[in-house]
Design a protein around this ligand. Structure first.
Ligand SMILES: [Mn+2]
Length: 286
């Protein structure tokens, strides 16, 4: 033990364990295809800073995330192209999954989910988002944060459940139905917190949360806010109902600090991240 070990830290990394931990954390500071309000590249470190400073014990699940070993890999290196980000994240996520790690990622825009989820086999992806992200293209770009879910489904290698969409085109809903996506409205969650659990198939879950699924009064700092979304407890309770399910990975995305002057969106994302860490831990350890 040296003074360096005693008095310096890796902050803002949020490791509570070493490389042997079952849960890895990855920051993906990427927002190149943002269509409205850019800045989610600042999300990973902002969410980490909040994670350090809020209480991450969940009284409903009765688990303290501080006691769960997680290993923070840091952020992917700055990259100046969509293809480059997709290539790098595929490799890092693929390696983590091959090692049997649960990978918890912090975006970045929602496009980060495409390279991660493309590395999954025999899993169901559960997406929380005010939007479907099922457009075929946006502003001439085929691969961007409004098309990521369509590009993922076109791979035809993963079952999908979508929760909370209320800002979408008719053709997006039709496309979701045609491809067999289970679509769960936010009204269903408001009325019954177990609705989601009952709708899920049996295989392991990958959970992706676009922070814009929350109402902008709860989460104003996102790239594409859509009024009339979920409250904190509607979202958190739906997730808490998944306690005991096996989770192979998760991500929290679209936190956009330049539009989040009070920091409340990063704080909500950190709380959400802690719930997902707890659920992953319970899924591994029972
Ligand atoms: Mn969205």
């Amino acid at each position: 033990m040296s003074y360096k070990d005693l008095y310096t830290s890796d902050s803002p990394k949020i490791s509570t364990g070493g490389k042997e931990s079952n849960i890895y954390v990855l920051g993906i500071p990427f927002d190149f295809t943002s269509s409205y309000r850019p800045g989610s590249r600042f999300g990973p470190d902002s969410v980490r800073q909040a994670y350090w400073n809020i209480e991450i014990v969940d009284r409903e699940l009765n688990v303290n995330a501080e006691n769960i070993p997680i290993f923070d890999l840091g952020n992917i290196s700055p990259i100046m192209s969509v293809d480059g980000m997709i290539d790098i994240v595929k490799k890092v996520a693929g390696e983590a999954f091959a090692q049997g790690k649960v990978l918890g990622s912090i975006g970045g825009e929602h496009l980060i989910t495409l390279p991660i989820a493309s590395q999954l086999k025999d899993a169901t992806i559960v997406v929380f988002d005010a939007h479907f992200d099922l457009r075929d293209e946006l502003y001439g770009l085929k691969v961007n944060h409004a098309t990521f879910f369509r590009r993922l489904l076109e791979l035809k290698q993963i079952k999908a459940v979508h929760v909370g969409a209320h800002a979408y085109l008719d053709e997006e809903l039709q496309f979701a139905r045609n491809l067999g996506v289970t679509v769960i409205s936010q009204e269903s969650l408001k009325n019954d917190r177990r609705f989601l659990l009952d709708a899920l198939p049996d295989n392991p879950l990958y959970i992706s949360v676009d922070m814009d699924v929350l109402d902008p009064s709860c989460a104003p700092g996102v790239g594409n806010p859509e009024p009339s979304g979920l409250t904190y407890n509607e979202l958190f309770n739906a997730l808490r109902s998944l306690k005991g399910k096996k989770i192979v990975g998760f991500d929290v995305n679209e936190v956009t600090p330049p539009y989040d002057p009070s920091g409340i969106t990063s704080i909500a994302a950190a709380k959400l991240f802690s719930i997902l860490v707890i659920l992953s831990w319970v899924g591994i350890n029972g």
